[in-house]
Design a protein around this ligand. Sequence first.
Ligand SMILES: Cc1cc2nc3c(=O)[nH]c(=O)nc-3n(C[C@H](O)[C@H](O)[C@H](O)COP(=O)(O)O)c2cc1C
Ligand SMILES: CC(C)CC(=O)C(=O)O
Length: 389
Amino acid sequence: MSNLEVLSIAELEAAAMEKMDKMTREYYNSGSDREITLRDNLAAFDRYRLRPRVLKDVSRIDTSTQLWGKKISFPLCIAPAAMAKLAHPSGEVGISRAAANAGVAVGLSSFSTSSMEDVVAQGAGAIDYAIQLYVFQNRKTSEVLVRRAERAGFKAVFLTVDTPYLGRRINEVRNRFKLPPHLQLLNFENPGDVAVYSENETKAHGGDKGKPPAAGAGVDSILPQGNVNDASLNWETDIQWLRSITKLEIWVKGILTAEDTLLAVQHGVDGIIISNHGGRQLDGVTSTLDALPECVAAAAGRIPVHIDGGIRRGTDIFKALALGADCCWVGRIPLWGLAYDGQAGVELALKLLYEEFKLCMSLAGCKSVKEISRDHLIRVKTDGTLARL
Ligand SMILES: Cc1cc2nc3c(=O)[nH]c(=O)nc-3n(C[C@H](O)[C@H](O)[C@H](O)COP(=O)(O)O)c2cc1C
Ligand SMILES: CC(C)CC(=O)C(=O)O
């Protein structure tokens, strides 16, 4: 399929599927367990319809907004997703170049297959980057990562808080997921410093006791040396700990409730991302769009509220903004773009989303993103009738 024939993200996804091997395709696309949340993330957007306003002079539309004091071309950025070189040799560098050309920010996974320095170099100061952080039992590993990100010019740390343990992704186990030997996790001095699974989880996934479970577990190709995610992470001590080691903005990624939004505000975080990890962690949690309104109400304008999960169209971005999000992030779409056509595929994806969002704003009667409001939405109830918000 040529770029000319890919006219939507759904078509991009289908085209990308043909390019990826089974292990990569299923690692990228799957959710955890029964994938209820994965599906609901998308379905939630269809539970709203638009209420357009007309005769609003939409001859000029400004889709831009601000993030970290810089203009982004529209309220859609690239969420951190591990191991992009599984999709295409240009990996996170290709994504970064595409984002720089499109004028949107990038979140980079701790577990990226391009180095953070190489990724940031592509932006040449034109766009900003956040480093996503997993906190390991050996805190030093995370500290070194954060300091390195500071030196490399990142603007923020995205502390992922929904992953004290990895969710159960059945496919990773079945496919004996492993990082091919030619790829490396380049944000760690020694890739053997970190492990995704604990020894127990490794065993549960078929790894041999005492041996690196290279062909046994899920996302385990990083040799486990007892340095897994620190499950003791907590509000009482750890935001403060992170604050003590960095001057970067601290954003918490993985909030789904008003209660945790309030705690985030109390603990002085700079922003939150409403996220359920793309349905890859606790299956059965609410879709992010459904969680958004209570979090927006709890934040009460004190900190920015961003969202990811299930965004596949320009109208989805519009709906999330109408419910109070300041910005949206996409995880799988850039990976599909990469798999389809490297950097050009990511650029195509961002162009499609940008054009759809701009058209949606125009046809709904909004000249600027500030004009997008709850009045532009109506909810479809389970019995099919509509309810004003
Ligand atoms: C293949 C893959 C890898 C991911 N890796 C990470 C990661 O390393 N750290 C993280 O915080 N989130 C990670 N995520 C979650 C994304 O940041 C994001 O929350 C999610 O993909 C949003 O849902 P969407 O894919 O429907 O856009 C990953 C998601 C995918 C699909
Ligand atoms: C290496 C993994 C922990 C990355 C991740 O967060 C994911 O696969 O969802």
